[in-house]
Design a protein around this ligand. Structure first.
Ligand code: F6R
Length: 613
């Protein structure tokens, strides 16, 4: 998704902006640009922008591009194709204003028509250009008032950063639905839409709230509402190292992040398990025992992989807590005018904490008086702040678009929630302790699966040759299959479809053939016989099989047959099976994509955090 950077201070802006933009590349984008205010008083901003990568932009920059105030942008096309003209920054007719914008202006068509009627010549297809003209045409005296004036005419979402030749000592920024973080440096100030672009310069940051604006000067920043009344924002120091955002010795961020899963799992559990009472302590939920006991139903909301992990979590919660629990795609939830029940606990799951669909679902629930807690990775993110309570996942920065370690911590977050909810109801101390022992063993067991990486490479290469694949599973295994198919398709671009094993006969079996492999999730659980039966049906039609299973599972005469391979994962408590079954699927997707020569960290058309609907 689009990215914003900006800086003002004593250093030359262009190199800082390019470095910042390269740190945002993982978010997904198709063009990039920067604007810098030259040192000569009153000079209009100089702008260079290009469709393509940040390195194309760097190649296009003139040798001399001096200036200590600038903004930059990576664009992910929404209004109009990826062209030089549509790339940001955009200017007004005078060329004295430069604007970068994340988000979508819903009334762009009406604003553009009004501007054209007023004789303005528009030079791009974008919604952002309208905003630049509105700022340029505002009769207000200060840059702050001009920007506020323009925003009062705009409907939609925005994170913006604005330069103006008449106000060369400042950058004005504003947020409504698209994240912006202010970075406080030594005699310089930064802004970025993602922490990754700031950490090299500073770890003292302030998150702008929705509806807030700020002015950055070389010496500091002030925040205020759109009516220009002041707000109080205190920067916080983040305990994070810039190296956490580097791939280090690994070939890719995805590989690094998969191998960070054991450590991430330990962090999310750390200090939250209580063996004495066989429960979990999640103080951040802000719910006492009485309120926890009053919960009669759990509804989990997330998008994409977070939704699939939500499904794993809902199954786990229903099994342990014995109350109805289900998961729903947050992107659909709001649009069916959902009934919000006072005794339902709504749980929003998100790595970035900025996924707009999940954020809007949270707002819808709260607007209707429901209680929503968040399982969120990014500290201070919009979803974390909007929820009534929640827990941080402590997965550490996740840079690769394909989520891995954050998902593992989401599942464990659900397990912790299940323990806390279960132990105020009928979950026994013994069962609580059984679960805790299982959870404590997981980091080591995840490592065991990761250690088998090389054995999976030949299988991944074989799967990569297929144009189309099925991933199948039942009950606990079905969301695992969905997540496996998701990971495979998003980075290898192969068609991968998840199905309940039980539904195979009701349609998809027609597609099974030697050209269509199936990855089957077959844990040693109560459904194992039925699952193995389905494998025979596939094998009888010549369908190649990769069975992700436990050592104890006997595949009968399928064992060792050509076209049938098995991957054994360690046994855990049955409720925790999904997470260990998921890890080999990440490795298969990764090695399939690598074998195909694809950039696993930047899959085509996808973005790390989806901040537009
Ligand atoms: C898939 C993936 C996406 C995200 C989804 C939600 O690997 O990463 O499907 O899971 O976009 O993102 P967050 O968790 O940031 O809300």
């Amino acid at each position: 998704m689009c990215g914003i950077v900006g800086c003002i201070g004593t250093q030359q802006a262009a190199p800082l902006l390019l470095e910042g933009l390269s740190r945002l590349e993982h978010r997904g984008y198709d063009s990039a640009g920067i604007a810098v205010l030259p040192p000569a008083a009153g000079s209009a901003p100089r702008i260079v922008k290009r469709a393509g990568r940040v390195r194309d932009l760097a190649d296009a920059l003139p040798k001399r591009f001096a200036g200590r105030v600038g903004v930059g942008h990576t664009r992910w096309a929404t209004h109009g194709p990826a062209t030089d003209a549509n790339a940001h920054p955009h200017t007004d007719a005078s060329g004295r204003v430069a604007v970068v914008h994340n988000g979508i202006i819903d009334n762009a068509a009406a604003l553009r028509a009004r501007l054209t009627d007023a004789g303005v010549e528009l030079t791009s297809d974008t919604d952002t250009e309208a905003l630049a003209h509105l700022i340029g045409r505002s009769g207000a005296e200060t840059l702050e008032a001009k920007v506020a004036d323009a925003l009062s005419l705009v409907e939609g979402t925005w994170g913006i950063a604005v330069l103006h030749a008449d106000f060369p000592d400042r950058i004005v920024i504003a947020r409504n639905g698209s994240p912006l973080i202010i970075g406080v440096g030594e005699r310089e100030m930064h802004v970025a839409s993602d922490l990754a672009a700031l950490v090299r310069y500073t770890t003292t940051v302030a998150h702008l709230a929705d509806g807030e604006m700020a002015t950055l000067t070389a010496g500091g920043f002030t925040t205020y509402r759109q009516d220009l009344s002041a707000t109080a924002t205190t920067p916080t120091h983040l305990d994070i190292e810039a190296a956490a955002f580097d791939a280090g010795e690994y070939d890719s961020y995805m590989l690094k992040e998969m191998f960070e899963q054991p450590a991430a799992a330990e962090r999310v559990l750390s200090g939250r398990l209580d063996d004495r009472f066989g429960t979990a302590h999640l103080g951040g939920l802000g719910m006492d025992a009485r309120e926890t006991r009053a919960v009669r139903r759990v509804k989990i909301l997330g998008c994409g992989s977070a939704y699939y992990v939500g499904q794993m979590g809902a199954t786990l919660i229903e099994e342990l807590v014995r109350i109805p629990a289900d998961a729903e795609a947050a992107s659909e939830f709001r649009y069916r005018d959902p009934v919000i029940e006072p005794d339902t606990l709504y749980v929003a799951i998100s790595q970035s904490g900025e996924t707009v669909d999940t954020l809007l679902a949270v707002q819808e629930i709260r607007r209707k008086g429901g209680r929503v807690v968040g399982l969120v990775n990014v500290v201070g993110s919009a979803i974390a702040r909007e929820c009534d309570g929640g827990i941080y996942l402590h997965a550490g920065p996740e840079v690769a678009v394909a989520s891995t370690k954050a998902l593992t911590t989401m599942f464990l977050g659900c397990a912790l929630l299940a323990l806390q909810l279960g132990r105020v109801r009928d979950l026994s101390v013994a069962d609580g302790r059984r679960l805790i022992a299982g959870l404590q063993a997981l980091p080591g067991q995840i490592q065991e699966v990761l250690d088998s990486e090389q054995e999976l490479v030949p299988l991944a290469k074989r799967l990569a040759e297929a144009e189309s694949l099925f991933f199948i599973g039942r009950v606990r295994g079905y969301p695992v299959a969905r997540e496996g198919a998701q990971k495979f398709k998003e980075i290898s671009y192969r068609h991968a479809e998840a199905y309940q094993t039980s539904e195979l006969k009701h349609g998809p079996l027609a597609l099974i053939s030697p050209a269509v492999p199936t990855v089957a999730i077959v844990p040693a659980d109560e459904l194992v016989d039925r699952n193995v039966g389905a494998l025979h049906e596939i094998a009888a039609r010549g369908g190649p099989l990769v069975v992700v299973t436990h050592r104890e599972v006997d595949l009968g005469d399928l064992e060792g047959r050509e076209g049938v391979a098995r991957i054994d994962v360690p046994r855990t408590e049955r409720e925790l099976d999904p997470i260990l079954l998921t890890i080999p699927l990440q490795l298969l997707a990764y090695h399939a994509a690598s074998h195909l020569g694809l950039d696993v960290d930047k899959p085509r058309n996808l973005a790390k955090s989806v901040t537009v609907e």
